[in-house]
Design a protein around this ligand. Structure first.
Ligand SMILES: C[S@@+](CC[C@H](N)C(=O)[O-])C[C@H]1O[C@@H](n2cnc3c(N)ncnc32)[C@H](O)[C@@H]1O
Length: 496
């Protein structure tokens, strides 16, 4: 019920121009941001059709529902995946279902089309997200790629072998291939939906965009290693790390958000992960020198970001939003740089992967540039030479991903490694990223993978920082400033 109330509220606000759809969704604090966003976007897309159906069936008069609530409910009832609520609304709507469906059918007959999608104006018919292949990561903790392929073949899927070029990922109907870059990833047609499939429900496959499989694949911690997933929930990358480690070693996973961490627990249980230790903790407060963490060798850092790479979360911001967006990006970059700098403080660190699902250089190359400048003992490692999209010059060691060049959501990955003592340090001029933001938490408007089934697709949803965490962080920042002042005074005194 809460989903529909929230969605209706957001649609109403968007109509009154009280904010961009994406911002309104982010600000809603709803637990499953991706699910909410999908419902709101789809309802808005079909809104003129829904309004016509609602008017001609006199639904508002017969039920007393408010217009926006009626739209979201009718969308899910006759166009979407079915009503996700029980109780009185469902009972009430079910009474009108056949009339609503008949009205939808009548519209299709009138326009001589067979699919709901075809009722939309051409500009709205296919979003980039609809055209992306469906990626499935085989969870090697529970099965093998061969067994998963065999299972699917027995079910009538058509296996075409391993892809050798990007064009091989354009698949139709039940055809599927093994990915050309990531062998544990299987690729299906954009229409395929595995949410109700046995392999998904049993944790044998994870629904995860190919680009979001890159960070763990690149970090590649060997079994037995000590690993941190710094901003971990809802945990698809954690479960990927555990699979690579074959559940051997220690995998510490942190997240600020208790709710997302709870979802993550369920997801990890289903995936058969056993080597994890979850903590509802700000990564920036994890002490690198503490006995518990001093042996950490590998870190995966996938911090909150703008989520601008998620095609389904892209919206057309008005020019008035641009300024706000710039401030938000600067604030996110500052948070991301702090996390990165903190990660590099672990004394036995060998490798750190930094990733975002953002397409903005401010959150990607600029953060890496500033970090390298501040940590000259680390260097970038050139990644997957065969990957078609590279980081922006001069950071071509890093990877980028996009719908057009890699057939995935937009993404960025960098791998940092400690230099050997003898290695020369090359000095690139760094982009200035302000460290003025005092909060350790990501700013409002960040993106984090939503703990929904759909999440698995690479989603990131955002929630605002916990007020308690913010207060704590401000207090810490004040303390730090005081300490700095004291130090300065001391230095001045000893200089005199
Ligand atoms: C992009 S999402 C992570 C997605 C996750 N890596 C996955 O693949 O499922 C970012 C996450 O960072 C968490 N987060 C934000 N600030 C944090 C902090 N200071 N310490 C730990 N977690 C934080 C958010 O709650 C959010 O769940």
């Amino acid at each position: 019920m809460a989903l529909y109330v929230k969605a209706a509220e957001i649609l109403q606000k968007a109509e009154k121009k009280q904010g961009a759809l994406k911002t309104l969704v982010y600000d809603s604090k709803f637990a499953n941001i991706k699910q909410l966003f999908a419902l709101v976007c789809e309802t808005q897309k079909f809104s003129s059709i829904l309004q016509e159906i609602i008017a001609s069936t006199k639904l508002l008069k017969l039920t007393g529902l408010k217009p926006h609530l009626a739209q979201v409910l009718v969308y899910d009832l006759i166009i979407g995946q079915g009503l996700k609520c029980g109780g009185s609304w469902k009972a009430m709507l079910m009474k009108h279902r056949s009339r609503l469906q008949a009205e939808l059918a009548r519209m299709k007959v009138k326009q001589k089309v067979s699919r709901n999608q075809d009722l939309l104006p051409a500009s709205l018919q296919q979003s980039a997200a609809d055209l992306l292949p469906r990626y499935v990561r085989v969870n090697t903790l529970k099965t093998t790629v061969e067994d998963a392929v065999d299972y699917l073949k027995r079910e009538g899927f058509l296996y075409l072998g391993q892809a050798s070029r990007l064009d091989d990922l354009n698949l139709k109907k039940k055809a599927f291939v093994q990915d050309l870059h990531l062998p544990e990833v299987l690729v299906f047609s954009p229409k395929m939906d595995f949410h109700d499939h046995f392999l998904y429900k049993a944790g044998h496959i994870i629904l995860q965009d190919k680009a979001s499989c890159l960070p763990a694949h690149i970090l590649n911690p060997p079994p037995g290693s000590v690993v941190i997933d710094a901003c971990a929930a809802p945990g698809n990358k954690t479960s990927h790390l555990a699979a690579i480690m074959n559940n051997k070693g220690q995998l510490f996973a942190f997240d600020l958000d208790a709710k997302r961490l709870a979802t993550m627990s369920t997801l990890l249980l289903r995936a058969g992960v056993t080597c994890q230790q979850l903590a509802n903790q700000d990564f920036l407060t994890v002490d690198p020198e503490s006995p518990q963490y001093k042996d950490v060798e590998y870190i995966l850092l996938d911090p909150s970001c703008s989520g601008s790479g998620m095609v389904c979360l892209r919206d057309n911001s008005s020019s008035a939003d641009v300024e706000k967006d710039q401030a938000r990006l600067a604030s996110l970059a500052s948070f991301q740089l702090r996390c990165l700098n903190h990660g590099l403080r672990f004394p036995r660190l060998k490798s750190l992967v930094y990733s975002t699902c953002s397409i903005h250089s401010q959150e990607n190359e600029d953060v890496i540039s500033a970090c390298l400048q501040q940590n000259p003992s680390f260097r970038l490692v050139p990644l997957l030479p065969q990957w078609p999209e590279r980081g922006l010059e001069p950071f071509t060691q890093c990877l980028r991903a996009s719908t057009s060049k890699t057939r995935t959501h937009g993404f960025f990955v960098a791998l940092l490694e400690k230099r050997s003592e003898s290695e020369p340090v090359d000095q690139e001029p760094a982009v200035q990223i302000s460290s003025e933001v005092t909060s350790h938490s990501p700013p409002k408007g960040e993106k984090r993978p939503a703990p929904s089934p759909e999440e698995s697709e690479a989603s990131d949803t955002e929630e605002k920082p916990e007020p308690a965490a913010e207060q704590m962080n401000d207090a810490q920042a004040k303390k730090r400033r005081k300490r700095k002042k004291k130090k300065k005074k001391k230095a001045a005194a000893s200089a005199e």
